[in-house]
Design a protein around this ligand. Structure first.
Ligand code: F6R
Length: 607
């Protein structure tokens, strides 16, 4: 799960462009970085372990000669993040340089074979075998492009690869299989990258690459070929309507904060989805024999919330499943009557795609909800909806979570309508309330950010946290816990509040902080009981409440008020916002970089 970037410019030197492209991809991994360029038949490489800024300070990444090159920002899979394992990797003669995102599963066998032919390996990576294998095919007389083609036929696993070769110094050859790759076409040159924001400041004309395609970038333009039959592929560029600054910080100190503040805008977009896709998806859900809601991490929490929405609004029982467990748990029973509603911001999460593949093999219907058009999920789903959140750069999902919730709520309402399960008056009320959510989120951020900041300051030294909610709010509690843990590194637990007395309550001692998510509604009375239980044991209570909830205000040590007026089922969207802010300010209090939590990456493309 790394970022790759390459470019051929008409006039300028390439390295500073590659450097800035890699900066936009840093969210994909940031334990080492490297750039290779070619000029006068010579390869120049600079690479090292560390974040891009650190490596740039030590090596000046803007100062490599040549108008063509490739670069890589790494998230280690094979081989520790040392300089020698940083990409680009080269062949024995330092003529071929390769950057790669993905995993080569049969690299050990290939390495043994290549060692028998006398190849010497420098790194512990799977990627290096690609450079040596290309070298081997060139030795056998294949031209560069054919050597790359023969090489990838030997590779098992997932890869997006970009390769340059000193003997054909006017080309970048790229291949895609199960790892993202997009092309950018500009007046001043051609770009290839793992993700569109990497070249968005240069061009908004993009070509999405499909699995099994090989691309040759050269001064002549772009040539795409299907690897299996070598037929040329004609694909018109799409115009991407993301503004370049959408992918930058716009004055906020971190992407995460910018993305939290962007939520009202993004939620408004999400309310303007194309009717026909919502309708189509609702029809599939209505006809399904059984429905699984499949996702990882934050997207799974959105699925959990959706299971309450579908059950209470549309009278549809669903099974929310963590994607990495899907095959073990349901792989054998899934069948032609099963439908999977798969939720993935990136559309590239390997665990999620594995669940999708196994279900497809058993003829199940796959529906997708994602933020990335052109992602693998959009290609394998029978119908997909793009949630319209815009690119999310902060590793911790924020705006994409609330937008997922909004789409899932719209689907549940539509299904309720189709099934005639709730009255028109109720449906119209919910639809009107959904429209108000962006404004509610805006007021919550404006009115409560300083309060949340102060609460984070007060509790910054606490070694652990508890998050509790009932009903649909248990998914908000889980999400609040995940946010705090992943960027503040504070061990935290979350449970449906009713479950807390079946074990976890034994952790409570005076001063232990417990965050309660307490909207008004069916669960309000019982959550007050749970607050009392915790309070009786000395816990410090932090409550997220509906504005004016006097009863809980009197019980809580600290509280955040959300002026929502929403039915309980719609409260997860505004009620999760204070928890995002809490995690963000806690990370700052503890001197962590919220945009780049340790050991994590934005898009988890390994199983
Ligand atoms: C947490 C987070 C992750 C992702 C998970 C799934 O803030 O971002 O837990 O939600 O890796 O990613 P997608 O939605 O891209 O499949």
């Amino acid at each position: 799960m790394c970022g790759i970037f390459g470019c051929i410019l008409q006039k300028n030197e390439a390295s500073s462009t590659i450097h800035s492209g890699l900066k936009m991809l840093e969210y994909r991994g940031y334990d080492s970085v490297g750039i290779a360029t070619i000029e006068n038949g010579q390869l120049t490489i600079k690479k090292d372990s560390g974040k891009i800024d650190e490596v740039h300070e030590a090596h000046d990444l803007d100062d490599l000669p040549g108008r063509l090159g490739i670069g890589h920002t790494r998230w280690a899979t094979h081989g520790a993040p040392y300089q020698v394992n940083a990409h680009p990797h080269t062949d024995c003669k330092n003529e071929i340089a390769v950057v790669h995102n993905g995993i080569i599963e049969n690299f050990a066998e290939l390495k043994t074979e290549l060692e028998e032919f006398g190849h010497k390996f420098r790194s512990k990576t799977d990627t290096e075998i690609i450079a040596h294998l290309i070298e081997e095919y060139v030795k056998k007389g294949f031209i560069f492009v054919d050597a790359v083609r023969e090489t990838v036929k030997r590779l098992d696993g997932s890869y997006a690869i970009a390769v340059i070769y000193t003997k054909e110094p006017d080309k970048i050859v790229c291949v895609r299989k199960e790892s993202p790759l997009v092309l950018g076409i500009a007046e001043d040159g051609l770009y290839v990258a793992s993700d569109i924001p990497a070249f968005l400041s240069k061009t908004n004309k993009s070509v999405i690459i499909e699995d099994g395609e090989l691309i040759i970038l050269s001064d002549l333009g772009i040539e795409i070929r299907n690897i299996s039959n070598w037929q040329p592929v004609i694909r018109e560029p799409e115009t991407i309507d993301w503004e370049p600054e959408m992918a930058e910080k716009q004055g906020y100190s971190h992407f995460m904060l910018k993305e939290i503040h962007e939520q009202p805008l993004r939620l408004r977009n999400t309310l303007r989805l194309q009717d026909k896709y919502l309708e189509l998806m609702t029809t599939f859900l209505d006809r399904a024999g059984e429905v699984f809601l499949v996702a990882c991490g934050t997207s799974y929490h959105a699925c959990l919330a959706a299971s309450y929405l579908f059950s209470k609004l549309s009278f549809l029982a669903t099974h929310p499943v963590i994607a990495s467990e899907f095959v073990e748990q349901h792989g054998k029973s899934v069948n032609i009557d099963s439908t999977l509603l798969v939720v993935s911001q990136s559309g590239e999460t390997a665990d999620t795609l594995e669940a999708v593949e196994s279900a497809r093999l058993r003829a199940a219907t796959v529906l997708g909800l994602t933020n990335v058009v052109g992602s693998t999920l959009t290609r394998v789903a029978r119908v997909y909806i793009c949630q319209q959140s815009g690119p999310e750069i902060g590793v911790a999902a924020t705006k994409t979570f609330t937008c997922q919730l909004s789409v899932l709520a719209q689907l549940a309402v539509r299904l309720a309508k189709k099934r005639g399960k709730i009255s028109h008056v109720e449906i119209e009320d919910i639809e009107e309330k959904l429209e108000r959510i962006p404004d509610i989120v805006e007021c919550t951020i404006k009115g409560q950010e300083e309060n949340v900041k102060a609460i984070a300051k007060k509790y910054k030294g606490k070694p652990a946290f508890f998050f509790l909610g009932r009903g649909i709010s248990s998914s908000v509690a889980l999400e609040g816990k995940l946010k705090l843990m992943e960027i503040s590194y504070i061990p935290s637990l979350a449970y449906p509040a009713g479950e807390s007395k079946h074990g976890p309550i034994s952790l409570i001692e005076p001063g232990f902080p417990v965050v309660f998510v307490c909207p008004q509604g069916d669960t309000h009375r019982s959550i007050i009981g749970n607050i009392m239980e915790m309070k009786a044991r000395g816990a410090s209570i932090i409550a997220i409440i509906e504005k004016g909830d006097q009863e809980i205000k009197e019980l809580a040590d600290d509280y955040v008020e959300v002026d929502s007026g929403l039915p309980e089922l719609l409260t997860p969207i505004p009620f999760s916002v204070p928890l995002q802010l809490f995690a963000y300010y806690m990370a700052l209090e503890r001197d962590n970089d919220p945009d780049k939590p340790r050991n994590l990456a934005k898009s988890v493309t390994v199983k």
